[in-house]
Design a protein around this ligand. Structure first.
Ligand SMILES: [Zn+2]
Length: 245
């Protein structure tokens, strides 16, 4: 598990991103922390639209680092795409090193109620928007190999391609059963068995209202932090490269 982290440092890095790469807006202020939303610069291209988020759980910092670093380094992956990103959806949890937000609530179970500030900020920012792909970065602290959940048509196609790229950076799961769910080469296909979850989670909320395809990436938190960061970066790059297929 991770401990408290310096959210002010992440926020400063976000504010320092060059305007040629993205616009930075305040989506909300939670417990005194800025919750930022980033958007691609206006682009004449009409490529696939992407939504991206990390840090929904405050004790999963590798995805936050991956998103910020992709933008800091000027990685060409995001250039030319039309995208919206929440680089750290749970600033208070990040600062305190907790899965939940500052009020002790799991944001990722809060999209069916109207009282959780971070979930409300997402809903407000994305109102009316449609995306080809939504990808989110998580970490599973008990896992020793990368896996993901996939929602969407063309079942398995995008997830399988993304996992092939992730495998260059990090071990990927080949278990046929992950936490009691059927998996193929590290991809758990979200189907009718998940209906009982409604749209409480961000992934299911996005799939229901905003995105044709959703990938929820679970990096193996038991492996070194840097390896989880590069694995998430590979997943984001690959999801984008294949988003239009
Ligand atoms: Zn998580």
């Amino acid at each position: 598990m991770t401990g408290p982290r310096d959210y002010n440092a992440i926020a400063a890095r976000i504010r320092a991103l060059p305007s040629s790469r993205c616009t930075v807006d305040l989506a909300a202020t939670v417990r005194g922390h800025p919750l930022y939303v980033l958007r691609s610069p206006p682009s004449p291209s009409r490529g696939p639209r992407l939504a991206l988020s990390a840090g929904t759980h405050g004790d999963e910092p590798a995805g936050v680092e991956a998103v910020v670093r992709l933008l800091e380094t000027g990685d060409s992956t995001l250039a030319g795409f039309d995208w919206v990103a929440f680089p750290c959806l749970n600033p208070a949890g990040y600062a305190e090193g907790t899965r939940e937000n500052g009020a002790g609530v799991d944001i990722n179970r809060s999209f069916e109620n109207e009282e959780v500030a971070e979930a409300l900020a997402v809903k407000r920012v994305l109102r009316g928007a449609a995306f080809d792909v939504f990808i989110e970065c998580h970490e599973d602290w008990e896992a020793s190999a990368f896996y993901m959940f996939e929602c969407g048509d063309a079942a398995g196609a995008l997830g399988g391609r993304v996992m092939a790229e992730v495998a260059r950076e990090c071990p990927v799961s080949h278990a046929s059963d992950i936490d009691g769910m059927r998996a193929v080469d590290g991809v758990i296909q979200v189907d009718e068995e998940f209906a009982e979850y409604g749209h409480r989670s961000l992934a299911l909320y996005m799939w229901r209202f905003h995105a044709k395809r959703v990938l929820t990436c679970e990096a193996p938190g038991s492996l070194p932090f840097e390896q989880c960061v590069t694995a998430h970066m590979a997943a984001i790059r690959s999801a984008l490269a294949n988003a239009g297929l």
